[in-house]
Design a protein around this ligand. Structure first.
Ligand code: HEC
Length: 193
């Protein structure tokens, strides 16, 4: 029974994951797939550069407390704007989110959960066929030194930025990360036709 269950889970997982080479014969997303992946990656790169750039800017200008406003007040809007500019939907997620609005998309849930205990080095990118001729793209996000002041041990976060986060995120699960940990994922949903 247990073996059966494991076999079933493996089959479901294998179906969800579209390997780069397999995309051609996969059906609903034919030729434009490599194109769609490239578009998603360009948007993700821009989002990453923009967020880290704004973080560093605010850290230099007003310190950690000022930087919180980038993540808390600007991140969602910047994310939506960059998605719109590239003609797709984009966001960040994690197995342990701070903002419930960043919960994994339904198609990404199993993949994100399966990497909950993995370091950044072992996290694998993935693509998924979605309904409506869209492609789902997941790219891992590592924890860097500069992330720890807001995502590290709770006492460190508390000491650096005080109660600023607790008030906005009463159910904050995005603490306890160390450099090298998998912090979360960029996701994108790209139209392929
Ligand atoms: C100044 C504090 C601060 C720093 C520094 C910071 N973050 Fe965050 N982070 C936040 C806040 C606040 C949120 C929730 C707001 C949002 O983006 O929706 C968040 C959300 C996230 C999310 C989205 C998932 C979730 O938990 O809601 C990811 C992924 C993330 N951060 C990664 C990072 C990485 C990687 C770094 C280092 C490069 C970093 N953060 C540095 C404050 C910070």
């Amino acid at each position: 029974m247990r073996t059966l269950l494991i076999v079933a889970v493996v089959i479901v997982a294998a179906q969800a994951f579209v390997r780069p080479g397999a995309a051609q014969e996969a059906g609903p997303v034919p030729v434009p797939t490599p194109d769609a992946i490239a578009r998603a990656e360009r948007a993700i790169a821009e989002l990453q550069t923009t967020l880290v750039g704004r973080l560093k800017e605010e850290l230099g200008r007003g310190g950690p407390q000022a930087a919180v406003t980038v993540c808390r007040d600007e991140a969602q809007q910047m994310t939506a704007a960059i998605g719109a500019k590239h003609g797709l939907t984009i966001g960040r997620t994690s197995h342990r989110v701070r903002n419930p609005a960043n919960a994994p998309r339904p198609w990404a849930l199993a993949w994100v959960a399966s990497y909950a205990d993995t370091g950044m080095a072992d996290a694998r990118p993935a693509e998924f066929e979605l309904a409506g001729g869209r492609l789902g793209v997941l790219r891992p996000i590592g924890t860097m030194d500069m992330c720890v002041m807001c995502h590290g041990p709770r006492e460190v976060v508390q000491a650096t930025i005080g109660n600023l986060l607790a008030a906005s995120y009463p159910d904050d699960r995005a603490v306890g990360f160390a450099p090298g940990d998998l912090r979360g994922w960029f996701w994108a949903e790209v139209p392929t036709r």
